[in-house]
Design a protein around this ligand. Structure first.
Ligand SMILES: *[C@@H]1O[C@H](CO)[C@@H](O)[C@H](O)[C@H]1NC(C)=O
Ligand SMILES: *[C@@H]1O[C@H](CO)[C@@H](O)[C@H](O)[C@H]1NC(C)=O
Length: 289
């Protein structure tokens, strides 16, 4: 049985802190990733990785299940609003929106995807390379719509946010035999980091300068992992959490290197791990009764 993993609300506080600090003006939020930041792209492609039905969306405007894997808005919607942009980030494939809407914010994300092409194949969702193709098409439309100068400014000053990786481990590596037969877990982490590195370089080559790379949450604590951790008394799966910590550390190191390597880039690593863990361990501090 295929399953999907959602990251819930995360990232968010770190952005507010970061951008308050540098006082940067951000004219657009451009998003790549998985179900943590998909706002309905999967509704437009033939896949079962969808969330366009109740109880998803019950706290969204109009109680609408938009394709966000959430009861309401997702982290990137809040980030957009906090930056003084739109209260929601629309999905690039959603026919209800056009380039005028996307000019200040857009998501190319697809639930169930990952860094590895083999991950997006599992549920026939949009692979990362295709998200990048859509981004190139978006840039063309943006230039036609706003003119060269203003479009370039949106791209160089806009925040490019990347959020994925959980599915590569849980939906792919630990579920299917192929990657396990090719890579040890450490080698697989390195393989994914290499793909993330190339992806950031490609974004930089296309003009992006402000980039946030998200890490993975304590993925051993996702509901499905706890439900299936029967011998562990339905607590978090420690093995998966350890992998999350290791992988995040490799991503962080890679961003330090790329900040030196890529001219003019402001690349941040955003680590959702501890934020998440605090919420899980002390929910009463965060509004849960
Ligand atoms: C986008 O749609 C709005 C109406 O929903 C329309 O006013 C606008 O002209 C459209 N923009 C483009 C570039 O098609
Ligand atoms: C993923 O697939 C695309 C399209 O076939 C290909 O260009 C790319 O090299 C693949 N990525 C990796 C890491 O194999």
């Amino acid at each position: 049985m295929a399953h999907m993993y959602t990251k819930w609300l995360l990232l968010f506080t770190q952005f507010l802190v970061l951008f308050a600090k540098i006082g940067a003006k951000v004219p657009a939020l451009i998003v790549f990733g998985d179900s943590s930041v998909d706002a309905g792209n999967n509704n437009q492609i033939p896949t079962i990785a969808r969330s366009n039905f109740q109880p998803y969306g019950r706290d969204f405007k109009g109680g609408k299940a938009t394709g966000r894997f959430s009861n309401g808005r997702i982290a990137t919607d809040f980030i957009s609003e906090a930056l003084g942009l739109k209260p929601i980030i629309p999905a690039y494939l959603d026919p209800a929106y056009n380039i005028s809407d996307f000019a200040t914010g857009v998501t190319f994300a697809s639930a169930g995807t990952g860094y590895d092409n083999a991950t997006s194949n599992v549920l026939s969702v949009i692979p990362l390379w295709k998200e990048l193709e859509y981004y190139k098409e978006f840039q063309k439309k943006l230039r036609a719509n706003l003119g060269e100068t203003q479009a370039n400014q949106r791209i160089t000053e806009g925040l490019h946010l990347i959020s994925m990786g959980t599915n590569d481990f849980l939906e792919n590596y630990y579920t299917l035999p192929r990657r396990q037969s090719q890579f040890t877990i450490t080698q697989y982490e390195d393989f994914l980091v290499g793909i993330a590195r190339n992806f950031i370089k490609e974004l930089h080559g296309l003009g992006a300068r402000k980039i946030s790379l998200g890490g993975v949450p304590p993925m051993g604590c996702l509901p499905l992992e706890r439900a299936t951790n029967i011998i562990g008394g339905n607590d978090c799966n420690q093995k998966y959490n350890t992998v999350a910590l290791e992988f995040n550390e490799k991503l962080r190191k890679m961003t330090v290197e790329l900040n030196k390597e890529l001219p003019g880039v402001k690349l941040v690593f955003s680590n959702p791990y501890y934020v998440f863990m605090y919420i899980l361990r002390r929910p009463s501090l965060y509004g849960e009764l």
